[in-house]
Design a protein around this ligand. Structure first.
Ligand code: FAD
Length: 475
């Protein structure tokens, strides 16, 4: 009897355990994808990301079609509707088993557990696999048996435990005999989510072939200098594969495996660019484990509970200035315009803009987290929440001192010649390399079509430090 393979954040044919094992064990396989527009809206998932997912889904449908595997796309609105919607499909197609790759968010786990229960009740087994991370969240623990709360020991432990078998990607399933189903897919699901960013198809072409081509180009041309170049937003020094990794068009195992091969199988010695990049993939892993071990972080709560009472300032005007890229800090504004125009932002600038909002403006990190989700093409709860909480010092940053970037120094250091700023703020393009980082500060005479700074770094630094101190010494 045919098996039903439920695709989610694993929009690929290669290295897809649920798909591979279903096709090995069932006479035939039918793929299904559920659309959850209401759920996605509640989660603030951006149209940029959803549009990209829909494009990837189309390519997946074609790739599966070449293997004679039909893909059915069905609207289900909310996660809570998944179990019954799938059961109906299973009955319609007379499928006798359900196959899926686990997702580790709290709500995703509930959805999948509910589905499995309902299916079992009907005598239909549910086969669940692991693919989203290298290790199943919860399986890497410190000596006390607890989840790691700090990145470096987590990484060390991961490097020690990982085996080469674990890193071996799976092949595509074999072609099956033709199976004809009534065409049920909505005609144009990509129309459901008109993107707000420009040229998504050019920047991130959909599908596995495009994703692998980007990964390979990075591995051949860029990775060896990754450690030197990754912090400079004007250089394409990073892989920019995050949208595909989030959609699951690529698996982390494929990335890890290929990078390791390029480094003769070495994880922490050999080429520094490669080892640094492997470490970044481990950051992704780390935050997914944190999300699983500390589910409060997916419920708008701080990782460090003692920071829950921080005196955030509510200021819609300042928030808006930040969102629109009108803070008067060129590096912050250029970054925010990159985000809203392309759906992606360079990692260094994600840290700079997140610290600016949460520390210079003392605005609740949750508002920034949400705005990022509403625009990012790679929006991922674990990484975005982890990055925001790290930047706001409510999260896993283990630094023994209070970490706060000075946006102007960051700009001078990482965009020394103002190349990135000029790209996004043409109104400042004529300024020299000294003025461009802080136009009004360096020259009082300037008349620019550009706002004056909405905060003073030194004053805001003192204010946020006092706000954190007040948590320790309540009056
Ligand atoms: P590369 O430098 O080439 O890294 C390769 C991959 O490693 C990335 O694609 C990503 O999957 C992973 N990775 C790298 N750095 C991190 C990190 N710090 N945390 C987690 N994973 C990492 N990443 C997301 O994928 N989705 C998000 O929603 C997201 N939000 C963020 C919010 C903030 C405030 C911060 C500071 C970081 C956030 N990141 C997020 C992490 C990081 O900025 C992006 O993964 C990275 O910029 C993607 O570009 P790249 O693919 O070229 O990365």
């Amino acid at each position: 009897a045919p098996g039903l393979v439920w695709f989610r954040s694993d929009l690929r044919v290669l290295d897809n355990p649920a798909l591979y094992h279903a096709s090995q064990r069932c006479s035939q396989v039918i793929g299904v994808y559920l659309l959850f527009p209401q759920q996605w809206q509640l989660q603030h998932d951006s149209n940029n990301k959803l549009y990209f997912w829909m494009q990837n889904l189309r390519v997946l449908e074609n790739e599966l079609g070449r293997l004679n595997i039909p893909l059915v796309i069905v609207p289900a609105e909310l996660f809570s509707k998944a179990p019954t919607t799938l059961l109906e499909l299973a009955k319609t197609f007379n499928t006798q088993s359900l196959w899926l790759n686990d997702e580790y968010g709290v709500y995703e786990q509930k959805r999948d557990n509910d589905t499995e229960r309902l299916f079992r009740h009907q005598g239909i087994p549910c086969h669940r696999y692991h693919q989203q991370t290298l290790f199943i969240p919860g399986t890497l623990r410190n000596k006390q048996g607890d989840y790691f709360k700090v990145f470096t020991p987590f990484k060390r432990n991961l490097f020690q435990q990982i085996t080469s078998e674990q890193l071996q990607p799976l092949p595509a399933p074999e072609k099956q005999a033709p199976l004809s189903l009534p065409h049920t897919s909505p005609e144009s699901s990509e129309q459901l989510f008109p993107p707000t960013a420009r040229n998504i198809d050019d920047h991130w072409p959909a599908g596995e072939a495009a994703a692998h081509s980007r990964l390979n180009t990075f591995l051949v041309n860029t990775i060896e200098q990754y450690h030197n170049q990754r912090d400079y937003p004007s250089i394409a020094g990073t892989s920019s594969i995050s949208p595909w990794l989030t959609a699951g068009t690529l698996s982390v195992r494929q990335c890890f495996h290929q990078a390791l091969q390029a480094n003769n199988g070495e994880m922490d010695t050999g080429n520094r660019g490669i080892t640094t990049w492997l470490g970044e993939l481990v950051w992704r892993e780390f935050y997914k484990h944190i999300l699983h071990g500390f589910p409060r972080v997916s419920m708008h709560r701080a990782f460090k509970p003692e920071t829950e009472n921080l005196a955030w300032q509510s200021d819609p005007e300042l928030l808006k200035a930040w969102q629109e890229g009108k803070t008067g800090f060129p590096i912050v504004d250029a970054a925010m315009r990159q985000l809203t125009s392309t759906g992606w932002m360079h990692n260094r600038l994600r840290m700079v803009t997140a610290m600016f909002l949460s520390k210079n403006l003392l605005i609740d990190w949750r508002l920034g987290e949400q705005f990022f989700m509403e625009h990012l093409i790679d929006g991922d709860l674990a990484a975005n929440n982890g990055g925001w909480q790290w930047s706001a010092s409510t999260g896993t940053d283990a630094a023994p001192y209070f970490r706060m970037f000075n946006p102007t120094s960051q700009s001078e250091r990482f965009d020394q010649q103002g190349i990135f700023i000029r790209q996004w703020l043409p109104e400042l393009a004529h300024l020299d390399n000294r003025q461009i980082h802080a136009p009004y500060q360096k020259s009082k005479q300037l008349e620019l079509n550009y706002p004056s700074p909405i905060a003073s770094h030194s004053e805001s630094r003192e204010r946020v430090m006092n706000a954190f101190k007040a948590l320790k010494d309540p009056l």
